[in-house]
Write a protein that binds this ligand. Structure first.
Ligand code: MN
Ligand code: MN
Length: 400
């Protein structure tokens, strides 16, 4: 049926219905066919370009998508946690993510881990505390759009607060190692429970009888004491941590283009964040994060709102297209070219994270604009005037 998309040759509505390819079916023009076996229609509807990939997709590319909805939920008293690591998304060796919810007063218990922890507050408010190796202290209240960063090995705590009618908070954590597991952190109560009581008594300078209430196993997430004013939780010690562990990302003035906004937060504006660089990207309907790649490592994405589509180019003619929506994780291996197009009718918002002290990207348009134009013309077949019109400055979000 070569007239599938035409309409002029369609004799009746019934025939038109048969000929028009459904977005859920593996059909593109004359290629593909319907599915005779079982289908998961809601799932397929989320990924129209997985069901019927564009003709430009080719070859074997790794899976670059995971939804937190498919991650195991760890339910605890007053909160939950779920993670996306190399175990869920095998390509994501450089970074891992955790999504966590703490109701007001609920504590992610005092702990530490080998990996550095970067975080974006999705909704609500939390109080975070930390102490460094020199006895310097940190405490802050973080709200929507705020970041925090705890270097590897630095002990910290998180507690949900009640503010602006929101019962606690929900946040995204990103760790600078894909093998991270939220179930394998060093917990204060776990350590106490696995240290001989006489040793604990000697160390804390208390009689063994004072240790009767030490929890028998880890608390992890539990309802804690009602937090007082922040000032009361700012401990003295050897002074405040000099490079603050929190950052107001939304207070940064974004790079504005016709169809979007980009905020870039790396160690140049958030000095504590030595191993994670990030960008918060907003793309209006029809707009697109331009074709680019990153010269400094893999990209771990988290979709906050809207719908988007990304094709990743992996050299050797390999390319694969994925559809994403809020709550999904995307991944782009080092140096692979990609774009992200807003395919919905609302603002597409997502975070890009890199295991790097600095944010960096290479723009296709800028590369072409700044290479001798006859050379570019010989590669692209574009008209000389069209090559001359390419912008020498980056447009991170191009219009639709
Ligand atoms: Mn942690
Ligand atoms: Mn990118």
């Amino acid at each position: 049926m070569i007239a599938a998309a035409g309409g002029a040759m369609m004799a009746s509505p019934a025939l038109a219905q048969t000929a028009a390819p459904s977005p859920l079916l593996p059909q593109r023009g004359s290629k593909g066919a319907d599915i005779l076996g079982p289908t998961n229609d809601p799932r397929a509807a989320e990924e129209p370009f997985t069901q019927a990939p564009p003709a430009t997709d080719h070859g074997t590319m790794p899976n670059l998508k995971w939804s937190f909805s498919d991650s195991h939920m760890r339910l605890e008293e007053g909160g939950w946690a779920r993670q996306t690591t190399v175990r869920e998304l095998p390509i994501s060796k450089a970074m891992a993510g955790v999504n966590m919810r703490l109701k007001a007063g609920v504590v992610r218990e005092m702990h530490w881990h080998k990996e550095a922890e970067w975080s974006y507050m999705i909704k609500g408010k939390a109080r975070i505390t930390a102490v460094d190796q020199d006895g310097r202290t940190f405490a802050d209240d973080v709200g929507e759009g705020d970041l925090w960063y705890f270097p590897g090995g630095i002990p910290h705590s998180i507690q949900g607060l009640s503010a602006d009618g929101v019962d606690g908070c929900e946040f995204l954590l990103v760790f600078d190692d894909g093998g991270f597991s939220e179930d394998s952190t060093f917990l204060l109560t776990d350590w106490l429970a696995h240290t001989p009581r006489d040793i604990l008594a000697k160390n804390l300078g208390v009689p063994e009888s004072a240790l009767a209430k030490i929890p028998e196993k880890e608390l992890y997430i539990f309802p804690g004491p009602t937090p007082g004013p922040l000032a009361a939780d700012k401990m003295g010690g050897a002074g405040q941590i000099p490079k603050t562990f929190s950052h107001r990302m939304l207070a940064q003035e974004p790079i504005r283009t016709k169809s979007g906004r980009v905020r870039i937060t790396d160690s140049t504006v958030f000095p504590a964040s030595a191993t994670i660089a990030a960008a918060l990207v907003e793309v209006e309907p029809g707009g697109m994060r331009e074709l680019h790649w990153h010269p400094n490592g893999d990209e771990w994405q988290y979709y906050l709102s809207g719908k988007g589509r990304m094709t990743v180019f992996g050299s050797e003619s390999k390319a694969r297209t994925f559809d994403y929506q809020a709550g999904d994780v995307g991944y782009v291996p080092y140096a692979m070219g990609h774009y992200i197009e807003n395919t919905g009718d609302t603002t597409l918002t997502f975070l890009e994270m890199f295991k790097s002290p600095r944010y960096a990207d290479i723009s296709l348009n800028q590369w072409l604009a700044l290479t001798p134009h006859p050379l570019v013309q010989a590669h692209t077949g574009l008209d000389p005037k069209q090559v001359d019109a390419l912008s020498q400055t980056k447009t991170p979000v191009v219009p639709g």
